[in-house]
Design a protein around this ligand. Structure first.
Ligand code: CTP
Length: 387
């Protein structure tokens, strides 16, 4: 069923970003109804919002020929989500103190589901203790916040106060409608490659992009889990809402997991730690010569270490294979004491490394399920369903 969003627009200078947000929401299939404050209409004409939102734009509570007094109660009833972007500190203060002096604030008073407030203001106004108190008050109730960001502000200063980008606000709306079936679960997801240094300027690594792990972390957060994402050198955009920890080497990866392991419900090991390290690290740069032989020795298997250590934890490992996928993955399931192995054939160019799709099989002691080729973000949900 189409989700209905009530979009409240106040007179922050970042109002221009909300047009882009509105357009994205419409394209994604949401039905939008807009309420603008009177000051907001001085910045952008309601006609622009009407055209972009393809819905009604309400502005005035008391104009003849309309019955907006009743309308604000009706709007509050029919919306699935009330989003206010930008939210000025003035509107924030009114809502926090139960003031309904215009159509937007009185609709907020009449709304009994979650309201998401995307804040924006000058740094001093955002950091004013009164604003902080108002935020605190609403956090304890049915309100969620999209915090303002730091950067160059319209008042020509650099600081906290910028409205979050339309993409982030859009994602928060999408998240809101995802069922929170992993609420209360603590999940560690590892992603991307690690490195092993050869000398001060060279290292060995592998082709892992981190896309699979990042997709799992993002989805796990959407589904309500407390997520720690421990990741190597990746070019993928970091998810928000997760605790993100950057590592470089295998021992850092292991120790970051170890710090949290006792308190973890599930470890998903999508990272590709280096299997080998050089036997002897050269502290001086190795000089160029005709040929060079590096002697590599095996690294500790981190997944196996935690497989042996596990008590209540569910452990999900990956297996990147180029042949005998099922046999090799089943061996890894046993030798590393995992609950599940997600096995990929990485020899295909349409799935596996550095692409957005993946074709995987889920292997457990009981069964093996072969999944079709699908976007990594969809596979992420399949993997999380195991928890
Ligand atoms: N893994 C690990 N520590 C390592 C190597 C791998 O924790 N030193 C984990 C990976 O994160 C993955 C799983 O083990 O979840 C399987 O990794 P993969 O590279 O497929 O297999 P390997 O165990 O390295 O075995 P092989 O390279 O022989 O296939």
């Amino acid at each position: 069923m189409t989700k209905k969003i009530l979009l409240g627009v106040t007179s922050g200078i970042a109002i221009y970003k909300v047009l882009e947000l509105c357009s994205r929401l419409v394209k994604a299939g949401y039905e939008i109804e807009v309420i603008m404050t009177e000051n907001a209409t001085k910045m952008i004409s309601p006609l622009v919002f009407e055209t972009i939102s393809r819905g009604k734009v309400h502005t005035d509570m008391f104009h003849s020929g309309h019955h907006e007094e009743v309308e604000h109660i009706e709007m509050a009833k029919r919306a699935d989500l009330f989003l206010i972007a930008p939210t000025t500190v003035n509107t924030l203060a009114k809502i926090a103190n139960g003031i309904g002096d215009n159509l937007l604030t009185s609709t907020a008073l009449a709304y009994d589901k979650t309201i998401i407030l995307a804040l924006s203001a000058n740094t001093k106004m955002i950091e004013n203790p009164v604003t902080k108190e108002n935020i605190k008050k609403l956090q304890d109730r049915n309100f969620e916040f999209i915090n303002s960001k730091s950067g160059m502000l319209a008042c020509n200063t650099v600081g906290n106060g910028r409205l979050a980008e339309p993409e982030e606000i859009f994602e928060r709306v999408e998240d809101y409608f995802v069922k929170k079936d992993l609420k209360g679960k603590n999940i560690i997801v590892t992603a991307g490659p690690t490195r092993e240094a050869v000398d001060p300027v060279r290292y060995i690594t592998n082709r892992s992009s981190g896309k699979m792990g990042f997709a799992i972390a993002k989805k796990a957060f959407q589904r309500g889990a407390n997520v720690t994402l421990i990741y190597g050198d990746c070019k993928v955009k970091l998810p928000y809402g997760t605790e993100n920890i950057k590592i470089t080497y295998n021992d850092e990866l292991k120790s970051e997991i170890d710090k949290r392991f006792d308190n973890t419900d599930c470890l998903i090991m999508a990272a590709a730690p280096c299997d080998f390290r050089v036997e002897k690290y050269s502290k001086d740069k190795i000089k160029t010569k005709n040929s060079l032989t590096l002697n590599l020795v095996e690294n500790e298997d981190i997944l196996k270490y935690f497989g042996m250590k596990k008590k209540k934890q569910i452990i999900i490992g990956f297996a990147a294979e180029t042949f005998d996928l099922y046999e090799n993955a089943t061996k890894k399931l046993k030798s590393k004491n995992c609950d599940y192995i997600i096995a990929n054939d990485v020899s295909s160019s349409t799935s596996g490394f550095d692409v957005d799709d993946n074709k995987a099989s889920i292997i457990s002691k009981e069964e093996s399920i072969e999944l079709p080729l699908m976007p990594k973000i969809v596979l992420a949900d399949e993997i999380l369903n195991l928890i």
